[in-house]
Design a protein around this ligand. Sequence first.
Ligand code: ADP
Ligand code: MG
Length: 698
Amino acid sequence: MGKEKVTSMFGSLVFNEDVMKQRLSATCYRAWKKCVEEGTPLSLETAHEMAAEMKNWAMDHGATHYTHWFQPMTGVTAEKHDSFITPEGAGRVLMLFSGKELVRGEPDASSFPSGGLRATFEARGYTAWDPTAFAFIKDGSLCIPTVFCSYGGQSLDKKAPLLRSMEELNRQALRVLRLFGDTGVKKVISQVGAEQEYFLIDKDVFNRREDLVLTGRTLFGAKPPKGQELEDHYFGTIKPRVAAYMQELDEELWKLGILAKTKHNEVAPAQHELAPIYNDVNTACDHNQLTMEIMKKVAGRHNMVCLLHEKPFAGVNGSGKHDNWSLSTDTGMNLFKPGSTPSQNARFLLFLAAFIKGVDEYQDLLRCSVANPGNDHRLGAQEAPPAIISVFLGDELTAIVDAIIHGTKYVDQRMKSISIGVDALPPVPQDTTDRNRTSPLAFTGNKFEFRMLGSSQSISGPNIALNTIMAEELSQFADALEGAADFNTALHELVQKTFTEHQRIIFNGNGYEDAWVKEAQKRGLSNLACTADALKTYLQPKHVSLFSKHGVFTKEELAARNEIHLENYCEVIGIEARTMIDMVKRSIFPAVCTFSGTIASSVAAKKAVLAELDCSDEEALLRKLNALSSEMMKQARALEGTLSAPKGEDAYEAAHYYRYTVFDIMCRLRTAVDELESITAGDAWPYPSYTELLFSVK
Ligand code: ADP
Ligand code: MG
């Protein structure tokens, strides 16, 4: 593909600023721009013109419908399409789209999870246009990014609170920048680049696995002779079928203005990664949702299935998402970039201190923000960061922090001690800071990489947490410094005090080692091993006051979210358990019976011809099949028993029960089944093997 084609393709399906400039009247364009930059409301007149031009543009691109595109608490996106047609009389129609329809929609979306925020009599939610995100065309419809709220104005989605957290972070960061005498910056924006991991497997093979079809992961599967041991897949040559997929995926994403940049094979066989160039977090979140959707869609066209589950296969690495997060100003400054002047350094250290303090104080909240049943299989399993939150700073920056804490000389060639606001920092080389792949939150030169996210989850929650935590710490710092007699002295003391009090959260070692678990415990860090444990901390008063103070979630909204997460956790494990039982009873047990029967008949037939023949191997196999099959059926019955038993008094007890009773038996059942698979003839086993699943795409 030529250069020409990519540049003209890029953003061709987006009603972006360029299109607006061309199509809208100067007044309308300016009103929109002011709305986005300064938050001024749009008049209905402007909305009318905007809507009409959006419609004309969309129709020029073949669209016949529009939809308010929103992000309910399911974690995936939702849409309800309406056509532009309006009857004109005499059996004719006009194609119309009004400002009112643009600004507000009523999807009657009463079936989305609301965590008790909506009584059925007021079940309707409404969607409201987010003018800061561009409309785009997908599947012949004009998609309008919207927030989704209840009639009472409570947020029922993942976009509204993200926007609120961005606003609040902006407000608090500006207060801090003003203290440094910066009056030029109008806006501070959190920037995010979300690296997305995924698996690609053949569709025909996928369709023969009930577990994959129903739950997105394999619930059984004996370990294949070859997994990821040779590390020959990671960054390896991309197979032709996958390359064709990736090419089409890039093109589809580019058309939607998504900055798809990097693609490569990941560690596990059949695993890949896509990384876009970073963007403001609202756009990054919209784009990541779209990316996940398009990944699946394009896979279908190539007779493949894209798996976004965190752990589709046992024994090989699962998939995560790295949330690269930084703060930048509208003037193009990155606030996490160590500077070259004393003032830039001081600013950097202040933002760094705020981050470190925030992560230490809100470990549980960050842990909760990445808690989902799929991610439970990865965190702490030596393939992803541990469930313990810590911050990796790298040796250079840690040495600087230590020097500040101890008031000692920072030992580099120049032997300088650091006085904040007076001295320049020794340079922090960017390339040496990204070596530690085991850290949950790694400083990588000018951003933090939050590496605990699950591949299937919306990046909204973790970024709401990061933004709000940062807003809180910056507001505390601003409060303290605004009244200071001598800014530099107060700043030095504040940064030194903060680093001293929160140094326990800094850890540069190997997060996969048991030694770290012990060390973390000594330091008093949280270790919330699973979602059921993590969510117990979600509604603690500290979290409620954090979010309500900054207007991100009310107590009710937070409680609703908690309820949705707990319910989802129990549902997911329940569905997995029922799927296992179904597979065992209707396919695996009958298959093992048939296979055992074949062996028994073969022994009988042999003996009938030559009674003295040694059939001890067959007999041993028969015994083993029988023993394992009994064990399997015993565990399946136990599992059925757990599902019909009472699950506890409340949602917390239910989640605990699903994790520590239901899930444990699922593991035992799986062990028996996987062992059975490994001794059953390949063509007698009812499901495609791991070898077929992981190696069939060429
Ligand atoms: P890796 O983590 O694989 O080493 P990079 O560091 O090059 O890769 O970038 C990973 C992601 O981080 C990309 O999506 C990139 O756009 C994003 N990124 C780079 N700089 C920033 C920044 N200042 N803020 C947020 N994201 C960034
Ligand atoms: Mg990365």
